[in-house]
Write a protein that binds this ligand. Sequence first.
Ligand code: GLU
Length: 288
Amino acid sequence: MHSAYVGRFAPSPTGPLHFGSLLAAVASFVQARANNGRWLVRIEDIDPPREVPGAARAQLATLRHFGLIPDRPPSLQSRAAGRHRTAIAGLLQHGLAFHCACSRADLEADGRYPGTCRNGLPAGRAARAIRLRVPAAPVEFTDRLFGPQRYALAEQCGDFVIRRADGCIAYQLAVVIDDLAAGVSEVVRGVDLLDSTPRQIAVCRALGRRPPAWLHLPLAVDRHGRKLSKSAADDPVIRLSAPRTLARVLQALGHRPPAGMRSLASLLNWAVAVWNVEQIPREPFEVG
Ligand code: GLU
């Protein structure tokens, strides 16, 4: 029997999975299993300009290679376009989102949106993007690992884009709608997305829904302290065998497998049995 816990891994198909993405995949999988819950995979393929042909297929093959098998067939975010459009129409109708004529050049130097079209398009300007009206009060939440967080969205980014000028649905909106639709109860992902969380909570609240719980994971960095990118060639995911890579991932998550444990299944089962979120370090993990 499954509990009500639903976790997920949601890669964008912009390149092969690297050590950092595998860290998120493994942590979300083990956390779901340790909570007796379900684990889902969603390919976030709604940004054609950034998509790399064949990447989604390769990512799914890598997950299978590591024994990370979701409880339902992987979903494609692009198939949910109708759901995204309906949500945007609802937000517009309730005045929670608005059309905006501004281009990048109209934003403030720090990228903050000054609110130009909040109360209607300026005369003679055509609508380009759609923005969510951010709340005046700061957004507060507690991350399972990084603790209490507080973001004053109004000052930090202002009303943000939920449908881009090129017509694409923005990540900040689609991710929330699809997590809600799938019943995701906790989002487990890299800390590089921690500052997206308040925007996603604002989307959730605008939709009248309760946000999931949040667990952000330490960043995997290279020798020079740089975040790994999907294009990095020298990555243990490519270099080492799958069990050795998995053992390193678990170690990066603060769980050192017993010496000599060499099969993927035994490593995953062991991790589920001993899993303790408190043991995950917050510091970046250097991948050597
Ligand atoms: N699709 C996003 C990425 O690959 C991650 C989405 C998420 O985990 O919320 O960076």
